[in-house]
Design a protein around this ligand. Structure first.
Ligand SMILES: O=C(O)Cc1cc(O)ccc1O
Ligand SMILES: [Fe+2]
Length: 467
């Protein structure tokens, strides 16, 4: 469902650009970063997303010009465990054996998993950070490797509270309800069928213009999200750089100009745990900024899909929107892949996703509609996980249909948007996901029940033919 609110905000276009943005004219110092005194009496502060000495191509940093340095706050102390400020259901350390990791809060299982839509409890007054729950993950942010998959189910705007993750970039995939995200860089609105990335360290707060909201989050403990290489596809296609949108500088003018500072809470996710600090002024006081370490959003409807126009089912990597590379070329720490509405035209082909076992782990969700490999049971707001070498593929009803149908060119996935977080790591699953959420669908294995046995050793092979 689209958002009830049109997105009238202003954005800067492009992926990976060095942007400049000023909410007041002349707020960016000319030709230098750290003048003795900045325009308007602002403070200069650098936010580094890579090591100072990272190769130029990978180097990401932004200069912020703000009313007060972000260091001006009370000590960061452990957030209360009672859910009053933040969710108690986040997990980030997945290293160690399943028994020892985080006191049994994570487990390992190779079985095929499907979750029913995660419940948004309308009577629970949860904001975005209270409504977070970790489903699965691998590694440890302290060692700078791994990832976590979370969902959020929330009903309230965040008030005078801002959050950042020191652990990694967050790719946020709204499924129900738009989010208005106020960041240090400015505001963006992100509706279902759009996604956004909030890089590590950037502070933000979330409002819910459409009311109760739900979505998925992929947090990577290493590197940053990037566009995939296009290889022989050429210079264009898939997610085109110009369709990415970054907010323009905006600050809390009402508070800052009235010189009537308010009390704010800064929430830090640090090595998987939440900490909170009080401060006596808004963190959204950045009047201007320039650099290439920025939040951005992307509308999935702008994805230019490329696929086979002859025969055979191509690997889903053709639908990669964003990738977070690992040290091994071609093997992603995490890929974000979609299954967009499109034409399918392949001849003499079993068209749905094939049966397979994958060295990578595949977590899937649905934003709206249906997934082309599953006739029922996999629903918007729900999820599946097929771990390393766990067999999976189209369900029995899909197989029956795909082997019998007339292969005319036709539409697939119309009015639908499923997606996949694919990772080279083996995931552990949280106790909340497996037990407390009550969302695990115990019948998932039946997706492959009654698979027709069509093997006939006396049949005359037809082989395949050229059209
Ligand atoms: O498992 C899945 O449904 C995802 C998937 C889709 C596809 O088109 C090919 C392979 C694959 O893993
Ligand atoms: Fe798969």
């Amino acid at each position: 469902m689209p958002s009830t609110k049109p997105d009238n905000l202003t954005y800067l276009a492009g992926f990976g650009n060095h942007f400049s943005s000023e909410a007041l004219p002349g707020a960016l110092p000319a030709n230098q970063n750290t003048p003795q005194n900045c325009p308007y009496g602002l403070y200069a502060e650098q936010l580094s997303g890579t090591a100072f000495t990272s190769p130029r191509q990978e180097n990401r940093r932004t200069w912020l010009y703000r009313v007060l340095p972000s260091a001006c706050h009370q000590p960061l102390v452990k957030a209360p465990a009672d859910g009053t400020v933040v969710s108690p259901l986040m997990v980030a350390n997945f290293s160690g054996s399943s028994a020892s990791a985080q006191d049994g809060r994570v487990q390992v299982t190779p079985t095929q998993l499907r979750w029913k839509p995660f419940a948004i409890e309308p009577n629970l007054a949860h904001d975005f950070v209270q409504g977070l729950r970790t489903l699965a993950g691998a590694g440890d942010p302290g060692l700078g490797d791994g990832l976590a998959i979370h969902v959020y189910c929330c009903t309230q705007d965040m008030q005078q509270k801002a959050v950042y993750s020191a652990d990694g970039d967050w790719l946020i995939v709204p499924q129900q309800g738009a989010l208005i995200i106020q960041t240090e860089f400015g505001r963006m609105q992100v509706a279902p069928n759009e996604v956004c990335v909030i890089p590590r360290g950037i502070r933000y707060r979330v409002e819910l213009p459409d009311g109760p909201s739900r979505g998925y989050i992929l947090e990577v403990f290493k590197g940053h999200f990037d566009l995939p290489d296009l290889g022989p596809i050429g210079a264009n296609g898939l997610a085109n750089p110009r369709d990415f949108q970054t907010p323009v500088a905006a600050y809390d003018q009402a508070e800052v100009h009235a010189n009537a500072p308010q009390d704010w809470q800064i929430v830090a996710k640090f090595q998987g745990e939440f900490f909170v600090a009080d401060q006596d002024h808004t963190p959204f006081d950045v009047v201007a900024w320039h650099g290439n370490y920025v939040p951005f959003k992307y509308n999935l409807a702008h994805f230019c899909a490329v696929n086979s126009v002859t025969f055979d089912h191509m690997d889903p990597s053709i639908f990669t929107v964003l990738t977070c590379r690992s040290a091994v070329p071609g093997t992603a720490l995490a890929d974000f892949v979609i299954f967009p509405p499109r034409f399918e035209v392949q001849q003499r082909t079993f068209r749905p996703p094939y049966f397979h076992r994958n060295v990578m782990s595949e977590f899937m969700g649905i934003i709206h509609g249906q997934y082309e490999a599953k006739r029922d049971g996999f629903l918007p707001g729900g999820a599946t996980l097929h771990s390393t070498m766990t067999p999976h593929g189209p369900d029995t009803a899909t197989v029956r249909d795909a082997t019998a149908r007339d292969l005319q060119p036709g539409r697939v996935a119309d009015h639908s948007q499923a997606f996949m977080f694919e990772t080279c790591l083996m995931l552990k699953v949280t106790k909340w996901a497996l037990e407390d959420s009550m969302a695990v669908d115990q019948n998932y294995y039946r997706a492959w029940s009654n698979m027709p046995r069509t093997f006939d050793p006396t049949a005359t092979p037809k082989g395949s033919s050229q059209d």
